[in-house]
Design a protein around this ligand. Structure first.
Ligand code: PLP
Length: 384
């Protein structure tokens, strides 16, 4: 089994980083559930000493996702937040970071409630407007932290243009690629320096694991992130590594259906009389539809819609039957949530208002069920 250098995306997802197990030939990388490794003699071992530092299952996942994102290496962590925390160790006290204003609520909480205590500062701007990014960069700015599309208002940032602007000023670019997945968007190829994912979402895809991963563009970052993985110790477990490896094998297949279902639901909602507006980059009415077509290969399964009042939003969330009311996203089953009171409750109300995150907004993570069943469920939830 040898992956040709010309292998295309779905082939890379299935095969990259995984050799048949050397001791048995098992085609699937085993779960190496061990805390330590027996050494041959003092000073001689097989490359594995202690399982926080090295684990073959985790290493296979890291090679796999590095190849999927076209990076120099990848580092798996215990959650998406642990991965973002690891990236923050690239900064030093006094450094400043420009952040997409509509970033994930947990990222905002980490930056504002934890990292400001260590002398870091953050400015939150609408990174879809490059002039605002340009104005926000100061002499102390070291990092531009982008999320695109944003959660839940689905605003896009032009990764190539923002990276070019940041690099002119010596600023490194991170893209949280959780929402799009590498199947739809490849930030390192567009100029970003680092990609971060909550693997909890599309990469694992089955709502049964929490994890995160950092992918780096350059060899020079490998040593520090490996050191941090071992030094802070927030590593992904062997079992979770195995689950995510199983997930990435079907990433391309799943994303194809997420694209179909996302568009089907967005088109249905766009014509429904009870719906005020629909936010989905695949609709021609989306203000950044052209950028989405250029930057993404498919528009994904995430969409939000406004039903006018909080009471209406509450009714839709409580009435869906096939769809489940739950936080999280990116799984095979469709979820609905009310961002203002669930995923984004930690974002202050005035900041939510500034980014257009209203109390009447409902978010859908469309799964891979038959799209007509999802439409039927939404139709009955919106009826009356
Ligand atoms: C865009 C985004 N980034 C990061 C995270 C954090 O990931 P985790 O929940 O795995 O810590 C989330 C979680 O919802 C997310 O949606």
């Amino acid at each position: 089994m040898k992956l040709p250098p010309t292998a295309r995306f779905s082939t890379v997802c299935i095969h990259a980083g995984q050799e048949p197990d050397p001791s048995t030939g098992a085609i699937i990388t085993p779960i190496y559930q061990t805390s330590t490794y027996v050494q041959d003699e003092l000073g001689r071992h097989k490359g594995y000493e202690y399982a926080r530092t090295q684990n073959p299952t985790r290493a296979a996942l890291e090679r796999n996702i590095a190849a999927i994102e076209a990076g120099a290496g990848a580092f798996a962590f215990a959650s998406g937040m642990a991965a973002i925390g690891a990236l923050a160790t690239l900064l030093q006290s006094g450094d400043h970071v420009v952040v997409t204003d509509n970033t994930y609520g947990g990222t905002y909480r980490l930056f504002e409630r934890v990292l400001t205590r260590y002398g870091l500062s953050f400015s939150y701007v609408d990174t879809s407007r490059l002039e605002l990014v340009r104005d926000a960069i100061r002499p102390a700015t070291r990092m531009l932290f982008l999320e695109t599309p944003t959660n839940p208002v689905m605003r896009l940032t032009d990764i190539a243009a923002a990276s070019a602007l940041a690099h002119e000023r010596g600023v490194k670019v991170v893209v949280d690629n959780t929402f799009a997945s590498p199947c739809l968007q490849r930030p390192l190829e567009l100029g970003a320096d680092y990609v971060v994912h909550s693997t909890t979402k599309y990469l694992n895809g089955h709502s049964d694991s929490v994890g995160g991963i950092v992918v780096v563009r350059r060899d020079e970052d490998l040593e520090w992130l490996r050191f941090i993985q071992n030094g802070e110790g927030a590593i992904l477990s062997p079992f979770d590594s195995w689950l995510v490896l199983r997930g990435t094998k079907t990433l391309a297949l799943r994303m194809a259906q997420h694209n179909v279902n996302g568009l089907a639901l967005a088109e249905f909602l766009a014509t429904h009389p009870a719906v005020k507006s629909v936010l989905y980059p695949g609709l021609p009415s989306h203000p950044q539809h052209d950028l989405a077509k250029r930057q993404m290969r498919g528009f994904g399964g995430m969409l939000s819609f406004d039903v006018g009042t909080f009471e209406n939003a509450r009714r839709v969330c409580n009435r869906v039957k096939l769809m489940a009311l739950a936080e999280s996203l990116g799984g095979v089953e469709t979820l609905v949530c009310h961002p203002a009171s669930m995923t984004h409750a930690s974002v202050p109300p005035e900041q939510r208002a500034a980014i257009g995150l209203t109390d009447s907004l409902v978010r859908i993570s469309s799964g891979v069920e038959d799209p007509q069943d999802l439409i039927d469920d939404l139709a009955q939830a919106l009826a009356g």
